[in-house]
Write a protein that binds this ligand. Structure first.
Ligand code: NAD
Ligand code: UGA
Length: 422
């Protein structure tokens, strides 16, 4: 029989977690603060784009196993498990801001049934399990860390088929109960103390960001020495100790998590007396990568960005999401615009933006542009007609920050083409 689960926060993580737990047979109540959002969710209208999520939300609602309510207390009052899935943004000094987490814990403190388990799924620094325990002020409930490793764009399959489930707890019985929720996922299970679970989450994101900054730095070397980074990655990746994953060069990593989590890990280390120079370097390389992309555009348009017209394909921080948070595409366009460039953008999931002119057709934004600039690796861009793009551009230039397009085809069509690291 399924368990009664409350999910606090219906963002990317909360909504995915709630819908997937309902899919696994649990009885789930999801809470958020905004009545409009809850009303729409109750009718099956999703506030975010995430492949596969619509279907399992609809199925959950139809089965009666997935409900949406306003306010954390309303969701938590009958639960066995309360999952905290609220945002933990970057605070002023780089560390994670726990205001939302503490507020959510305070919301449910009085109504939690005895023996409930409160689960921190938000990404939170070492010691946050204790913080939540203090806010709850309850001796008859347990607090457990259960970090989430899903990626946007593949959140549902990542949740249902995780590489591992990590549970951090000093209470073996609470850990076993949380583990049982995942029994149908056949994932590796790792039970640790809370500090280790919290550190695993930051270390995982920091390592992934390190891989990307590493390959972006190698890409810079490749450009300088005349090597091709795609071949270099292929060559090193066959070594099983290295692998091919997460070594795609690009415009720098972004999104709602790597930027804040790398900085938070630097801060966690600093507070504990360790100077995490390696990770600081990873962040610096990422900032430089964006500047390098701007330089490529400047070179493509003949050295002066003032008045240059740029057709930008892609605004989201990666493909298959509508998430614009900390998107490298937006950061690069901001710089281009501040230097006088006129940018017209297209993205399959974005129809408007407060500071960017967004068109509704990928070809139309190319009209009269001095270069095409590919910023997000949407698959559909691969299949667009380069001859049509060339007819519309003022100059046949391509800057492909994702190495997405077929370089040989672009050169054959008469484009000047700049990728990354080749
Ligand atoms: P989000 O901003 O998309 O969603 C958070 C939601 O929580 C919002 O809808 C907000 O209104 C709601 N909320 C805040 N306080 C509340 C309260 N007191 N009661 C009810 N609802 C409340 O955030 P997200 O992207 O889902 O991330 C959540 C956490 O998970 C963060 O700590 C993040 O680092 C972590 N994480 C995110 C991802 C990801 O891919 N987005 C992956 C793994 C982990
Ligand atoms: C990332 C992690 O992959 C998840 O495991 C983690 O749960 C999540 O952060 C989180 O804590 O929020 P996500 O941010 O959704 O997931 O997306 P990723 O696929 O990791 O991409 C992050 C950024 O790195 C994107 O800007 C992407 O374009 C870039 N990237 C990724 C590269 O430039 N090259 C790569 O090879 C991979």
């Amino acid at each position: 029989m399924g368990s009664r689960i409350a999910i606090i926060g219906t963002g990317y993580v909360g909504l995915t977690t709630g819908a997937c737990f309902a899919h696994l047979g649990h009885d789930v109540v999801c809470a958020d603060l905004d009545p409009g959002r809850i009303e729409r969710l109750s009718q099956g209208h999703l506030p975010i784009y995430e492949p596969g999520l619509q279907d399992i939300v609809e199925a959950g609602i139809a089965s009666g196993r997935l409900r949406f309510v306003v306010g954390a207390a309303e969701a938590a009052k009958d639960c066995e498990f309360a999952y905290l899935c609220v945002q933990t943004p970057q605070g002023d000094d780089g560390s994670a801001d726990l205001t939302y987490l503490q507020a959510a814990a305070a919301d449910i403190a009085k109504v939690l049934p005895a023996h409930a388990v409160v689960v921190n799924k938000s990404t939170v620094p070492v010691g946050s399990t204790k913080v939540v325990e203090r806010v709850l002020g309850r001796h008859d409930v347990s607090v457990v860390s259960n970090p989430e490793f899903l990626r946007e764009g593949s959140a549902v399959s990542d949740f249902l088929k995780p590489d591992r489930v990590v549970i951090g707890s000093d209470d073996p019985s609470a850990a076993t109960r949380v583990a049982s929720l995942y029994s149908d996922t056949s994932a590796h299970l790792l039970v640790t103390d809370p500090a280790s679970a919290e550190t695993i989450k930051y270390a995982a994101n920091a390592f992934l960001a390190t891989k990307i900054s590493f390959v972006n730095a190698v890409a810079a070397v490749c450009e300088a020495v005349g090597a091709d980074v795609n071949d270099v990655v292929l060559g090193i990746g066959y070594d099983k100790r290295i692998g091919h994953e997460f070594l795609r060069p690009g415009p720098g990593w972004g999104g709602s998590c790597f930027p804040k989590d790398t900085r938070a890990m630097v801060k966690i280390a600093e507070n504990a007396g360790y100077d995490f120079n390696l990770l600081k370097g990873v962040v610096v390389v990422n900032d430089e990568q964006r500047e390098r992309m701007v330089t490529k555009v400047r070179n493509a348009v003949g050295g002066n960005l003032a008045g240059a017209v740029v057709a930008a394909w892609g605004l989201t921080f990666k493909a298959n999401t509508d998430d614009l948070r900390e998107s490298p595409a937006i950061a690069i366009i901001d710089v281009l615009q501040s230097l006088g460039a006129i940018v017209k953008a297209y993205d399959p999931q974005v129809s408007q933006h407060p500071s960017i002119n967004v068109g509704s057709d990928p070809y139309e934004v190319c009209d009269g542009a001095d270069t095409l600039l590919v910023l997000t690796e949407w698959d559909e861009f691969r299949w667009l007609d380069l001859d049509e793009v060339k007819r519309r551009l003022r100059q046949p230039n391509i800057v492909d920050t994702r190495n997405l397009l077929d370089r040989s085809a672009a050169l054959r069509s008469g484009f000047s083409y700049q990728g990354v690291g080749r």
